[in-house]
Design a protein around this ligand. Structure first.
Ligand SMILES: [Zn+2]
Ligand SMILES: [Zn+2]
Length: 372
């Protein structure tokens, strides 16, 4: 006779498979016999069985922790992917916490890490993806990197973009706190998105009573990065620099981040993660500059000026941005978005290095100068 679970050859009188522990037909029959024998004592048996079940449940929960609920989580993922018609992320990246007392940046960083790690048991286990998360996090000093349920090959491509961009701009470590898969408000909302300040701790409380914590994050839309059939369709053509891909858009988002880092360095601000009553004025100043877009506008202006000097010409803003990409030259309400011009220049530089467009290279020169 063979085991019904693992196909191991069984002795005729085995009650359980010696290899995997599965109940054998012989075991089943002898249990049934015992049950008959105990019939007079049914209440006692019921009590014993219930106790055994409760004790083993507690023991299993203690030993395997949340792993016990993993099958349930997998089922939940299946159900939502059926409901939406594509895979969605199980991680909630928008938790808010209030009335949390903390005083150091190290505590703030710990809260940022915990917010994601306490959910990460829900992610598909893939040791290679975990290694990628760990390496990106440690090499570039990004406290929380979460590629939950992203396939291994997509994760490697994401790592490649981050690695190369950090090599091209070595002095940008230390302000980015999160790179994470998330469910965007809609599929069309964004592919990847840079959020300079997501105040997720003590957001609406008085700074005199509670310090605040910001995430500075790059969000990756699960609609694309968890669904390979959608990724394989490719990007809108002739809109980004040549050879752009879904993954290379992360270089564009890092372009927004690099712009922020140069702004912070110019203002001698070494931290926007922990906001206290001592640094809130500087922090608010940065927020205002970001909101008004003056910093990016001036930077692009400077780039055009040095372009004109170098090539002894008088290029228009329109032609200067068209050299970079369609997206860089896009006008909304008749005005160029200077943040996007810089981000696209970084995107171009990631893809083409020294053979990037001459416009991009002028912007890159200024960024690098300011990162010194
Ligand atoms: Zn077996
Ligand atoms: Zn952008």
């Amino acid at each position: 006779m063979k085991c019904i679970k693992c196909n191991e050859e069984l002795e005729a009188d085995d009650n359980f498979c010696p290899t995997c522990g599965e109940l054998t037909p012989h075991g089943y029959l002898s249990l049934k016999d015992n049950k008959l024998r105990y019939k007079e004592n049914n209440i006692g048996l019921l009590f014993t069985l219930t106790s055994i079940i409760i004790i083993s449940f507690i023991a299993m929960t203690l030993i395997s922790g949340k792993d016990m609920f993993r099958p349930y989580i997998e089922l939940q993922k299946e159900i939502s992917s059926l409901k939406y018609g594509y895979k969605v992320s199980i991680i909630n990246t928008n938790n808010k916490y209030t009335k949390v007392t903390l005083s150091t940046k190290a505590e703030a960083i710990n809260l940022i890490k915990q917010d994601i790690t306490k959910q990460s048991w829900k992610c598909k286990r893939n040791i290679n993806v975990s290694i990628i998360e760990k390496e990106v996090s440690e090499n570039y000093n990004i406290p929380s990197v979460s590629l939950c349920d992203v396939d291994e090959d997509v994760s490697s491509k994401i790592k490649e973009v981050i690695t190369v961009t950090y090599q091209l701009f070595p002095n940008i470590k230390g302000y980015l706190t999160n790179i994470t898969i998330t469910n965007a408000p809609s599929n069309e909302d964004y592919i990847a998105y840079f959020n300079p300040t997501n105040t997720f701790i003590n957001n609406n409380l008085d700074i005199k009573e509670y310090n605040k914590v910001n995430k500075t994050e790059i969000l990756l839309n699960s609609y694309y990065f968890l669904n390979k059939d959608i990724l394989s369709k490719g990007l809108k053509e002739n809109w980004y620099p040549n050879n752009a891909s879904y993954e290379s858009l992360i270089a564009h988002e890092l372009g927004h981040y690099i712009t922020l880092v140069t702004l912070l360095k110019q203002n001698n601000i070494d931290n926007i993660t922990l906001v206290t009553k001592d640094n809130i004025n500087n922090y608010q100043k940065i927020l205002n500059i970001l909101k008004e877009g003056t910093y990016s506008k001036e930077l692009v202006g400077e780039a055009i000026e040095s372009y004109n000097k170098k090539y002894n010409t008088n290029i228009s803003l329109e032609d200067f941005t068209k050299n970079i990409s369609g997206y860089a030259s896009q006008k909304i309400k008749e005005s160029v978005n200077y943040d996007e011009v810089i981000a696209e220049a970084v995107h171009d530089y990631y893809l083409h290095r020294d053979s990037s467009s001459t416009s991009s290279l002028e912007i890159i020169n200024i960024l690098k100068e300011r990162l010194q």
